[in-house]
Design a protein. Structure first.
Length: 483
């Protein structure tokens, strides 16, 4: 069947030039015969890594009580895992060339799975942190190698579908993680957030060992730069540590700034609210993967950015009285926007890589994606804390004995406490405490609204960068590349 993109059967509105064809040079002409089984296996592996980055967060309070640890101490359960993963990611191409991609991939899954077992069986914080670091060492390869395997498993014309399947694990995982973690912790205890990896890891390792083959383009390992590797590990680890703990220590100070958000939702309820958005992301990725090569990728990315900005603007209008239904359509829009952006962006990024450079390219891509995410989270956490503090101070200025609304609210809370059996003075103290909590919750909601507005403006400001994406001719056809 004729390809409309090749035959010029349509003309995109972006420019008068021919439509861009986003075909990775590294993709094989025919693909693997078991490509969908391979896709299922590698997405399982990637999903484990992504979920374990967030699943422990909801279980940290239970770990604190069970292991007798403080908040700062138990935070290393997350920090240790992320540090180890970020250090390993840029080394995956080199390690794969030394041990063989398939052998290294399976070994990483086995290491990740065994570390999960020992994490769940840990009876001390030191043991848990140690095995989380080991788990991070194994998990660092899962995302990068999964992406490289998918690129080679699918033919060139199905590269978008390969990235759509990969995106399912990357984008849906953060939504599943907190929900699954909250449910397992509430019903079975925190060790089960690690034990759940055992059947998934075993299945992924067996399937990858059966269906995945070493790359035909694998090169001999280059000369080892031990000094460079050591400097990379130290510098990346230091940067990630600062990003993880900078806001907690006020970056260059020692005061603790606590930002609270209270829409009265549990971890499970939050996950359920976010689930429709994750489904929308998956569906939009599937559509883009199937049909995206018929369209100019710049148009898809622009459409995704506009939709994402619209969703962020709608989320900025949420109030402290909002419920789950108020998030439904904004999160649906957000999911569609992410799906439209992720597939063409990933494919464009890796389009010009040769088969020999693909492992290093995917490693570098995921390294900067992880590091960029860490910078973004750190920036948001800092702004959120600053905004919350400023807004709370402003709101507090209006809570005075001369303000009729404040007095009425305080009297109402006092009567409610007295109705529960408290005496006059105890009821007034509890009413003041509740009023302060309500002020903090309101300040936090307003702070989040500002963050969403900034997110919308930021994503819109990045659209002009698409002008740097232009068509080039290569041995494998036309490519959309960043120049």
């Amino acid at each position: 069947m004729a390809d409309p993109a090749r035959d010029g059967a349509y003309s995109p509105a972006w420019s008068e030039s021919p439509p861009l064809r986003v075909l990775p040079a590294a993709a094989p002409a025919h693909g693997e015969p078991h490509k969908y089984l391979i896709a299922f296996a590698v997405v399982l592996a990637a999903l484990m890594q992504v979920i374990d980055s967030s699943i422990v967060n909801v279980a940290l309070p239970d770990m604190m009580g069970n292991l007798g640890a403080s908040l700062d101490e138990v935070a290393w359960v997350s920090t240790g895992y992320i540090l180890a993963s970020v250090i390993v990611i840029p080394l995956t191409g080199w390690l794969g060339s030394i041990f063989g991609r398939k052998r290294y991939f399976v070994a990483s899954i086995v290491l990740f799975t065994l570390a999960s077992l020992f994490c769940g069986a840990s009876h001390s914080l030191a043991a848990l942190v140690f095995w989380r670091i080991v788990q991070g060492i194994g998990g660092g390869a899962l995302m990068t190698v999964s992406q490289a395997v998918l690129f080679e498993a699918f033919p060139r014309e199905e590269a978008g579908m390969a990235m759509a399947l990969f995106g399912l694990g990357v984008m849906v995982g953060p939504t599943i993680g907190p929900t699954l973690g909250g449910w397992l912790t509430d019903n079975y205890g925190w060790p089960w957030i690690f034990y759940i990896n055992l059947p998934v890891g075993i299945l992924a390792a067996v399937m990858i060992g059966t269906y995945v083959h070493d790359s035909l383009h694998q090169q001999k390992p280059p000369t080892v730069d031990y000094i460079g590797i050591a400097l990379l590990a130290v510098s990346v680890g230091a940067i990630q540590y600062v990003l993880e703990h900078g806001q907690r220590d006020d970056w260059f100070d020692s005061s603790l700034i606590t930002s609270l958000t209270n829409l009265r939702m549990t971890a499970e309820q939050t996950g359920i609210v976010m689930l429709p958005g994750a489904i929308a992301t998956a569906l939009s990725m599937f559509v883009v993967g199937r049909l995206g090569r018929r369209f100019d990728p710049r148009l898809l990315i622009t459409a995704g950015a506009l939709i994402f900005a619209t969703a962020a603007w709608e989320l900025s209008r949420v109030t402290g009285e909002s419920g789950g239904s108020d998030f439904f359509w904004p999160l649906i829009l957000r999911g569609v926007g992410l799906g439209l952006m992720f597939v063409p962006l990933t494919t464009i990024t890796l389009a010009e890589l040769s088969p020999q450079d693909l492992p290093q390219g995917t490693g570098l891509y995921n390294f900067f994606r992880q590091l960029g995410g860490s910078f973004g989270i750190a920036a948001i956490a800092t702004l959120l804390a600053r905004y919350t503090t400023q807004i709370r101070a402003t709101l507090t200025e209006h809570v005075t004995t001369t303000d009729a609304l404040s007095v009425s609210r305080l009297e109402s809370l006092t009567r409610a406490m007295m109705a529960r059996g408290a005496d006059m003075w105890a009821a007034r103290r509890e009413a003041l405490t509740l009023l302060d909590r309500q002020l903090m919750a309101q300040a936090s909601v307003i702070a989040y609204s500002r963050i969403y507005v900034l997110s919308a403006l930021l994503i819109l400001s990045l659209i002009p960068l698409l002008l740097l994406v232009r068509q080039t001719k290569g041995a494998t056809g036309d490519h959309a590349v960043m120049e």
